[in-house]
Design a protein around this ligand. Structure first.
Ligand code: ADP
Ligand code: MG
Length: 157
């Protein structure tokens, strides 16, 4: 499947993409979010979690580096681990914290700033690249694994 390229005119567009992604998710997926500060990585994750039924506050896990959420995917509870590795000192810190264990067959892992742990992170299923474009955002979704391609094939945006 080809990469998906979209323009999100405003925050409502980012919310709609988050909702569409939440409907296409499956347990075990790993998604990396690339883009500068303010590109919309946390906004997209927040939209995805809310659309998946999480009713609480979704903040950026800037200092804790990871925040767990339980949502429903196809009527089954699934753990979504939201990482923000911006403040991670070194890749070893990722291993020492036991973060690698969260990447398994049952969790969904969403990672902001994967570049900070490149050497120790598993290969993602999907790469999402966000960038500021005028008043809105450009986004490119790239399937990496078969599982990632299947997820993007289900995406209805
Ligand atoms: P990041 O996590 O990439 O650093 P945030 O999600 O914290 O970025 O912040 C993104 C900012 O951009 C927020 O202020 C949000 O309201 C805004 N934003 C999100 N999506 C769009 C969009 N499609 N167009 C314009 N502004 C957006
Ligand atoms: Mg962020």
């Amino acid at each position: 499947m080809q990469d998906i390229t979209l323009h999100l005119h405003d925050e409502a567009g980012t919310m709609a993409l988050g909702a569409a992604l939440s409907r296409a998710l499956a347990p075990g997926l790993t998604i990396y979010l690339h883009g500068d500060l303010g590109a919309g990585k946390t906004a997209l994750t927040r939209a995805l979690l809310h659309a998946a039924g999480y009713a609480g506050h979704v903040k950026s896990p800037t200092y804790t580096l990871v925040e767990p959420y339980t949502v429903n995917i196809n009527q089954k509870p699934v753990e979504v681990m939201h990482f923000d590795l911006y403040r991670m000192g070194c890749a070893e810190e990722f291993l020492e914290a036991g973060f690698r264990e969260h990447f398994n067959e049952t969790n969904i892992c969403i990672v902001e700033w994967p570049e900070k742990a490149e050497k120790v992170l598993p290969i993602p299923d999907i790469n999402v690249i966000l960038s500021v474009s005028g008043d809105g955002r450009d986004v490119k979704l790239c399937g990496v694994s078969e599982k990632g391609h299947q997820c993007l094939a289900r995406l209805k945006f």
